[in-house]
Design a protein around this ligand. Structure first.
Ligand code: F0G
Length: 459
């Protein structure tokens, strides 16, 4: 793709709009108290600009909405399943696919099939649901991402890369037989939406081939990763996103996908594999947890929208505008002096809450605190990605992650540049008052994935 001198702009126009709620500070104070200072527990009617997640929040295209009308709601063998299977084989290149209701449905099945008690699962940083399914299946997750990924200020262009020395140390310590697969996420969510390079993935492939270890790809944001490869990695400037995505997938043995992100649908996911045996078992197991193997918990219409969304997500103009909007917000934040994770990632801006609120200890939940304050200030809803999200180890101790972040996740094709301006201005207002902000204490902690439902009180 020729580098363009023109600024990015949305490669679409609006045909329908959804009206937003405007609220007063008093209404927001009541709402955040009721929600136990957890933005996950707010009612969306009380939210003005919703940056909680980029998951399932995208605007579908007119083609996708039209696709819903082609839903073939047959229990078995729906034509939409074959459309989806065909799209996955054509654009991603995996052989066998199992639809699931969303990404974690695929993680559950895959972890149960591949992981035995006592196994080690190395990965390029954890994701909450992915790691939990690995642990519930009896495995132990080990982080093998490069050190730079844990440093919010380090400007490494591929912070999603694997440190092969860390991996080699694990293989030497536990033996390759104890490692059913390496879990590789593209555009690593918890690192701030940071890509893995093709070069690194090729080295990893060579290493795992030598040791007979699979690579399982969490391809939730693979197209965003491909965009960064196109922009940053030598030899890829002239390749299309579609070509790069296909090459990434070809270096892995199977995948789990939350189609609620890249693939532009409000619900859906799948598991993919190139191994017949794994497929056969997954096809058996999906019936227990999701539904028959030709719908996996989805309506026919959902599968049709996903097939169309996969193709749209690989359009070069789409990805340029997608990441361009995120970068626009990031640069604005920087102009206000707000500390953010660098380089700017693919699906959102990650504010460094430790640097924003340096007077709070990590046990006073700086990121949780900042997310609650920002909501109170402006009605903008963001998400904690720090100690609360990291949760507890199987032995009950807290994880203390280096990164204590607030994620401003940008839904795809939903908000405008003017919304980005308001988000940055609101964050800047909180930044001006930051010294007066007090931390939180946790008063209710659920057993699993505590960040979703934990409750807090002001200290
Ligand atoms: N893997 C990654 C990298 C994810 O970001 C997510 C979800 C999943 C797996 C699980 O997929 O939600 O469809 O079951 N991430 C959402 C987020 C929830 O807000 O980051 P799911």
């Amino acid at each position: 793709m020729k580098p363009s001198k023109r600024s990015w702009a949305e490669p679409y126009k609006m045909k329908m709009v959804e009206l937003l709620q405007m609220t007063t500070r008093n209404q927001r104070l009541a709402a955040i108290k009721k929600a136990g200072f957890n933005t996950f527990l707010l009612e969306s009617k009380d939210v003005y600009i919703d940056l909680l997640t980029d998951s399932g929040t995208s605007a579908m295209s007119d083609r996708q909405w039209a696709g819903l009308m082609l839903g073939d709601e047959a229990y078995a063998g729906s034509s939409n399943f074959y459309r989806l299977e065909n799209a996955i084989q054509k654009f991603y290149g995996y052989k066998y696919i199992i639809p699931t209701h969303q990404g974690r449905g695929a993680e559950n099945i895959l972890s149960k099939i591949l992981i035995k008690k006592g196994d080690i699962v190395p990965g390029n940083m954890y994701f909450t649901t992915t790691r939990l399914h690995q642990e519930l299946a009896g495995g132990t997750f080990k982080d093998i991402i490069i050190d730079e990924a844990h440093d919010s200020l380090n400007e490494h262009p591929f912070k999603g890369n694997v440190d092969l020395n860390k991996l080699d140390a694990l293989v030497k310590k536990y033996g390759a037989k104890k490692i059913p697969y390496i879990s590789i996420a593209t555009n690593v969510n918890m690192a701030g939406g940071q890509p893995i390079s093709m070069g690194n993935l090729k080295e990893l492939r060579a290493y795992t081939n030598q040791h007979g270890i699979r690579i399982i790809h969490d391809m939730t944001r693979v197209a965003e990763n491909a965009y960064f490869i196109q922009q940053r990695e030598k030899g890829y400037q002239k390749k299309t996103i579609a070509e790069i995505v296909k090459e990434i997938c070809s270096l892995t043995d199977g995948a789990t996908m939350s189609a609620k992100k890249d693939a532009l649908v409000n619900i859906g996911g799948f598991m993919a594999t190139n191994e017949w045996d794994v497929f056969e078992e997954a096809r058996n197991m999906v019936v227990v947890y999701e539904g028959l193997h030709t719908y996996g918990g989805l309506a026919g219409r959902d599968m049709e929208a996903m097939a169309i969304g996969i193709e749209e997500s690989l359009n070069d103009h789409h990805q340029r505008a997608r990441v361009g909007q995120v970068e626009y917000l990031g640069h604005l934040m920087e102009s206000y002096g707000i500390p953010i994770v660098k380089p700017i990632g693919g699906h959102g801006i990650f504010v460094d809450a430790k640097a924003f609120l340096p007077h709070l200890t990590q046990d006073e939940y700086p990121a949780q605190t900042l997310a609650a304050e920002l909501y109170l200030e402006s009605g903008v809803r963001t998400m904690e990605r720090g100690i609360v999200s990291a949760g507890r180890k199987p032995n009950g101790e807290n994880y203390y992650p280096n990164l204590e972040l607030v994620r401003f996740t940008i839904p795809r094709r939903v908000y405008t540049q003017a919304h980005m301006d308001v988000i940055a201005e609101s964050t800047a207002s909180v930044f001006e008052k930051r010294k007066k902000i007090k931390g939180l204490k946790m008063i209710y902690e659920p057993k699993y994935l505590r960040f979703f439902q934990a409750r807090f009180e002001k200290l």
